[in-house]
Design a protein around this ligand. Structure first.
Ligand code: SF4
Ligand code: SF4
Length: 121
């Protein structure tokens, strides 16, 4: 979707009631990418049997924090659900203010915490 190229990755934040569900094929693709076993990939990156760990702010652990676009650091091997979202429909994050209100402050906090202090710039 063309908007994804200009989007900070709203869909990479976990919201209440939503979850990224991984398949065995997703985990195997990730494991091959990192040249580790499926079991090791599960230990390192999964929170439970079926989903990735997230940071305190709900962002996926594979989301790059230092840029506003191209934020998925495993884009070539990202899970099937990430590839298919928003399932040939308009992206809900571009239409629903209530979703953006939950996520935008988290994105701004993450970027602000990475910005160099003025006296260091
Ligand atoms: S699917 Fe929607 S929220 Fe996700 S990156 Fe694309 S435009 Fe942004
Ligand atoms: S794997 Fe990539 S595209 Fe999927 S939620 Fe994580 S950062 Fe977003």
């Amino acid at each position: 979707m063309i908007y994804c190229n200009y989007c900070p990755g709203y869909c990479c934040y976990r919201l209440e009631g939503a979850v990224l569900l991984l398949t065995a094929a997703d985990i195997n693709r990730l494991a091959r990418h990192f040249r580790i076993s499926d079991g090791e990939a599960r230990r390192r990156y999964l929170e439970n049997r079926n989903t990735f760990k997230v940071r305190k702010d709900g962002s996926c652990i594979f989301q790059a924090r230092d840029r506003m676009i191209r934020r998925c650091t495993i884009h070539e091997v990202r899970p099937d659900q990430c590839r298919r979202f928003p399932y040939d429909k308009p992206c809900p994050y571009l239409e629903r203010e209530d979703l953006l209100e939950q996520i935008q402050p988290r994105i701004e906090r993450a970027l602000f915490s990475l910005s160099p202090r003025r006296d260091e710039a």
